[in-house]
Design a protein around this ligand. Structure first.
Ligand SMILES: [Zn+2]
Length: 122
């Protein structure tokens, strides 16, 4: 089972390295903001969220989202995560932040650099 949770997980580190390579400065896990977003770009008023596909339940098309055991326990827990993610996202948008969500399964994709750059420069 793929469980990506907590801070400094692998996909997050990969995105951080990418953003750093591009030369953008960011803050990590700003506690003042809803959901403590992974990467915060205060002067641009933008945040990047790096979501583990299982933990944050990426779309139905993603292969990583189904728990392999203990299904009932997980579905309740994961549903709560999804609700909380939606609330955090809404709160961020309400406060005028622009949000890019990068899913774990997208981290290795070649177009990620372009996506990130386009988002931050827009
Ligand atoms: Zn995914």
């Amino acid at each position: 089972m793929r469980c990506v949770r907590g801070k400094g997980t692998k996909p997050e580190l990969a995105v951080r390295a990418l953003v750093h390579r591009l030369g953008y400065r960011y803050r990590l896990h700003d506690r003042q903001l809803p959901g403590k977003p992974d990467l915060v770009f205060p002067s641009r008023r933008k945040v990047i969220l790096v979501h583990g596909c299982f933990w944050h339940q990426h779309s139905a098309a993603c292969k990583n989202i189904t728990p392999k055991s203990n299904t009932e326990f997980w579905s309740a827990k994961l549903r709560r995560n999804v609700v909380r993610d939606a609330e955090n996202l809404k709160a961020l948008l309400r406060e005028g932040w622009k949000v890019l969500t990068v899913w774990e399964c997208q981290v290795e994709k070649r177009n990620l650099t372009e996506r990130v750059r386009r988002f931050l420069d827009a």
